[in-house]
Unconditional design. Sequence first.
Length: 195
Amino acid sequence: MIPDERFLRLAREIYLRSLKDNVYPISFSSAYLLYLITYVLANARSYVRVLEIGTGYGFSTLWFAKAIKDSGVNGEVITIELRRDRAKIAKMYMELLGFNVIVKVVIGHVKNVLSNINGVFDVVFIDGKKEEYLEYLTLCEDRLRRGGLLIAHNVVYPEPYTISNFIKEVLTNPEWFTVIVPIEYAGLSISVKRC
C-alpha cells in the first residue's frame, strides 16, 4: 500500500526535524523496509507487537504504526526513549496521525522499564545507544517470540566497531539466523530467532 500524502508530508517533517536536531533518524529506504516487513508479518498473524528501543522523534515508530494500521489487523508498537524531550515530540507526532491508539511511548532506559511491559513481541527494533546493543539484545531476547525478527540499525556505518559484540553474537550464535542489509548509509541487521 502506498502511504497517503498527509502521512508522507508528516514523515518528511519528522525526518527533517530529526536531522536538524541531530537525532539521526533511519533513512526513508530503511523506513520503507521496516514498513514492508511489518506489513507482511501483520498479514500473516491476527495480532502483531513491535518493541522499539530508541524512539528519537518517532520517525521509525511512525512506519511501524502505519504498517499495522494498513494491514487491517490489531497490533501495537511500544517504543522506549531515554530522553523525555524526544519522547514528548514523538508522542505529539503520533497523536497528529491518530497512531496514539497503536503506539505507546515509554520513557526510560530499557533495563529499567522493560520489566513493566508484559508479553512477547514479533519484532524488536534496536536503534539506541550503539555501545549498548548487546545489552539490549540480552534484555530482549526472551521477549521475542520464536520466529520473531530482531532488527538493528547502524550496523554498517558510522561506527560499526561500537556494536561489534552485538554483531558477533547474532552472526555466530545458532539461536539467530542473520543477514546484514547494507541499505543506504547505515545498514540494518535482520535476525530471525530460531528457538
